[in-house]
Design a protein. Structure first.
Length: 205
């Protein structure tokens, strides 16, 4: 599992080892990562129950459910006819896990490199959600892509980042993109307004 997610080792040997477990490493897959209140351990109750539910719903081939660094890692085959694994996994967790949890979803990818990239994206989605205070049960990396790009601009000042982010909406921080009509000036202090009749004195005939 560690070699598969890290992309280390000889490719042919890694693909053969994965095939021995019924996993086609050259196919297209999507990686989901679950973070719970407490670290999840391998062969623990949550991992065991979720694995049984996942295999019952998606089959045993091309599916991996394991733990890494206290997180639950699920690898699903990317098939057009398959149900959305994120929603299915969230349903399983609602029935199995106690306390709060969150699912990070990477983009589908082909081959060993696709698995590694999807895994990193799923973890990155969870990290960004934590920093931004996003409490949604499912966080897809596509949904936080803009924040990832802004976070990667390390040399940009906060003002320039805000300006760049607002450019798509036509608003720039500190400036106005529309013209306002000038307000009529109020009468000077001490100046009496002329009545509608044209006289400045209330006693005028």
């Amino acid at each position: 599992m560690d070699d598969l997610l890290a992309g280390g080792g000889e490719r042919a040997a890694l693909e053969q080892r994965a095939a021995d477990f019924g996993f086609n490493a050259s196919g297209a897959h999507t990686v989901l990562v679950v973070r719970a209140e407490r670290p999840l351990r391998d062969a623990g109750p949550v991992q065991g129950r979720v694995e049984n539910q996942v295999q019952s719903r998606f089959g045993r081939r091309d599916v991996i459910v394991a733990t890494k660094d206290g997180l639950l890692v699920c690898i699903f085959p990317s098939r057009a006819e398959s149900p959305d694994p994120a929603h299915e996994l969230a349903g399983f967790l609602s029935e199995t896990a106690t306390g709060s949890w969150q699912v990070g979803v990477g983009r589908p990818g082909s081959g060993l490199g696709g698995v590694v990239r999807s895994y990193r994206e799923a973890r990155e989605a969870l990290d960004l959600a934590e920093r931004l205070g996003v409490a949604d049960p499912i966080v897809r990396v596509d949904g936080v892509m803009a924040f990832r790009l802004l976070a990667g601009t390390r040399r940009a000042s906060p003002r320039s980042c805000a300006t760049r982010s607002a450019a798509s909406t036509g608003h720039v921080v500190g400036r106005s993109t529309s013209f306002r009509r000038s307000r009529p000036t109020s009468p000077r202090a001490g100046t009496r307004r002329r009545p509608l009749g044209g006289s400045t004195s209330p006693h005028a005939p």
